[in-house]
Structures are given as structure tokens and as C-alpha cells.
Design a protein around this ligand. Structure first.
Ligand code: COI
Length: 354
């Protein structure tokens, strides 16, 4: 499915907004750079992408995306090293997952050449928006929406593939406390929990609002059938350390195949940590917390990086996690970000120079 393109048409913004941005106080996803990529699917083909100034787009009110949620996205980051060189992290995995999501939502797959050429051209244009230094990044949001007008409930024949960019720092400002879901669920067997489909996120907002009223930042979803096993959290995959073993739910129909998740598994295994991918029972977690065997929990994701979980709530009870001097989460985060920011050798070939 490789499409070779030699030149993306670029219309440069007349004036940059960069001087209006306070890069030391960014709130995730609020500020966007000067340009965006737009690529239209019409008459059965993806047309050559264009890069244009960041601006609103016009769609018919009847466009399918508004009614049936035919929309998917990816989350990626560009990092700048001490020599001002820009890197992506495992972008081939994001590209593959974008198309896995497209297929599941009956949308046309995006050509690889358009994805990579679009990213590279955008990153060259937005170089000044990528600040060096651990924790700074340019968050990249490729997405595909059904743009065709008409409210018949069937897949559209017209789509837009776009990439927008937002300078980012930490996703979570402070501690992350999670509520373990008792009633609501995120995904079911045969569903599309594995896809980065917009609806997977919309469906989480209401139960997450309820959890936030109780003082939690996120919900850890449990399996839809029994609610006995933990799955993933709203914006992250979840890892649990019991004694010195790390557990995480296996991917499948219901769980997002996180790029950070699989990187954490590789990094942990390579330093001798036992990692077990199997369903983890909530009851097991509570027992381990009571005996002191539950050492840590953390989430992993592109936006969240590796975010320690400081406590969890379940059936009206609140459980605290110990504050460790040297946690797996902090060790793995350092190793991961050192690779991402070109501060350490990358023996996995994960870094992708732009
Ligand atoms: C990411 O980590 O990039 C995600 O897509 C999660 C998002 C909802 C912030």
C-alpha cells in the first residue's frame, strides 16, 4: 500500500502564532501550530495531501461523522534532542494501527507515503514549535473522519485524513487516582475496543465524570461480562506490580495495542523484570494491597507517557499505593524517554529521525 509522493503542496501561514504561546504553561491539547495536513478521499482514492494554515474546516451538517461517529485517530509525539534533531517514536506502529482502526470502522486505509510524507513536511515547517528538553514534545494527532453529506446509516464514500500538531508537556499535572469500574464498561468482545475510534472515548466521558466527582482522575475499565478483571484506563494501558512481577492485560478485541505499552514490556523484560500478560482480577489487586505485595500501578500511553497511579477506589473503598523511592515506573520512564529524546542508545530501532 506504499504510495510514493514527491512533493506535498504547502501553503504557508502568513504569520506564525508562536509568539503568543507560553511554552512553560501548556495545558494538553489546547494550542495548535501554524499548519495542518488535509487529504481528501473522493471517488475511491486518496487525493494528494496539502499542508495549509491551521484553520476551521467546513462540513455539511449531515456529514456522517456527526451522526454515526465514523471517526478514528492516532496519538504520536515528536521529540527534539540536544542537537536540535527531531525524532518520532515507532511511527510505523501508529501507521499500522491507524489503518487497523480504519478497517474496523469501514473506512478506507490511508496510504503509507501520505502518512509519512505529511508528518515529515509538517515537522519541518513546525520545527520551532518542538522545544528541546525532557518532557517537551509536539503531540501529533492524525485522524480520519467521514465527511460525506447524507444521513443514511452506512459507511461514507468521502473522508478527510488530517494531521494537526499541538505542543505538549505532561498530560497529568499531578497524582493519578483511578476508580475501578463496577457498572460501566468500555469495550466488549467483538466490539472495537482495540481501535482508536472516537466513540471509544466519547463513551467513557460520562462514567469518568462520575468518578471525577468522587475525586478520581480516571476510570480503570473492567471486563464487560463480569467486571472482575481490570482492562485499561481512559487514556492509558495499565500495569500492576505485585511483588516484583509486572502484570498487564493481554491485548485483543477489547484492549488498545498501545505503542508505549509494548515498549514498556520490552524494556522491562530486557532488564530481567518478569512481565506477565494475563487478565488481572480486581480481587487479586485488593488482596495484594492488603498484604503489601501490591507495590505499584502505572498507566502507559503516548500522551500519559508512564504515569504512576497513587491509589484506586472500588466499591466505596479507597486503597492507597506505597510511595516508592525507586519504582519500576520511574526507571522505565527514564529508559523510555532517554530513547525518545536520543539521550541513550536505541538498540531496538524505535527512534525515527525526521
Ligand atoms: C494518546 O496517548 O496519544 C492518546 O491517544 C490518548 C488521548 C485520549 C489523549
Amino acid at each position: 500500500m506504499e504510495t510514493t509522493i514527491h512533493k506535498i503542496e504547502v501553503e504557508q501561514a502568513k504569520k506564525s502564532k508562536i509568539n503568543q504561546v507560553d511554552f512553560d504553561n501548556l495545558s494538553f491539547g489546547d494550542v495548535f501550530t501554524d499548519h495542518m495536513m488535509v487529504c481528501d478521499f473522493r471517488n475511491g482514492v486518496w487525493e494528494t495531501p496539502k499542508i495549509i494554515p491551521y484553520q476551521p474546516i467546513t462540513l455539511e451538517p449531515s456529514a456522517r461523522v456527526f451522526h454515526y461517529g465514523q471517526a478514528i485517530f492516532e496519538g504520536m509525539k515528536a521529540y527534539k534532542d540536544d542537537q536540535d534533531k527531531v525524532w518520532l517514536f515507532r511511527p510505523e506502529d501508529n501507521f499500522k494501527r491507524l489503518n487497523t482502526s480504519c478497517v474496523r470502522m469501514a473506512m478506507p486505509e490511508v496510504p503509507e507515503g501520505y502518512f509519512f510524507e505529511g508528518l515529515k513536511t509538517l515537522l519541518q515547517l513546525e520545527d520551532a514549535w518542538i522545544k528541546p528538553g525532557l518532557g517537551n514534545s509536539l503531540y501529533l494527532r492524525p485522524f480520519v473522519i467521514a465527511s460525506q453529506a447524507g444521513i443514511i446509516a452506512s459507511p461514507a464514500t468521502e473522508y478527510k485524513f488530517m494531521i494537526i500538531c499541538s505542543p505538549a508537556q505532561a498530560y497529568y499535572g499531578g497524582e493519578v487516582r483511578v476508580k475501578i469500574a463496577e457498572k460501566y464498561s468500555r469495550a466488549a468482545d467483538g466490539g472495537f475496543g482495540f481501535a482508536k475510534a472516537a466513540g471509544n472515548y466519547a463513551g467513557q466521558f460520562y462514567p469518568t465524570q462520575l468518578a471525577q466527582k468522587e475525586g478520581f482522575q480516571q476510570v480503570v475499565w473492567t471486563d464487560a461480562n463480569t467486571h472482575e478483571y481490570i482492562e485499561e484506563a481512559g487514556t492509558m494501558n495499565v500495569f500492576v506490580r505485585i511483588d516484583d512481577t509486572l502484570y498487564t492485560s493481554p491485548t485483543g478485541d477489547r484492549i488498545l495495542d498501545g505503542v508505549t505499552r509494548k515498549s514498556v514490556i520490552t524494556l522491562a523484560k530486557d532488564q530481567g523484570i518478569t512481565v506477565v500478560e494475563r487478565p488481572v482480577k480486581v480481587a487479586e489487586l485488593i488482596d495484594a494491597q492488603r498484604t503489601g505485595a501490591l507495590k505499584e500501578m502505572f498507566g502507559s500511553g503516548t500522551a500519559a507517557v508512564i504515569s504512576p497511579i497513587s491509589g484506586f477506589g472500588y466499591k466505596g473503598e479507597k486503597y492507597e499505593l506505597p510511595k516508592l523511592e525507586s519504582s519500576y515506573a520511574s526507571r522505565l520512564k527514564k529508559q523510555l524517554t532517554d530513547i525518545q529524546y536520543n539521550a541513550a542508545e536505541d538498540r531496538y530501532g524505535w527512534r525515527y529521525g525526521v
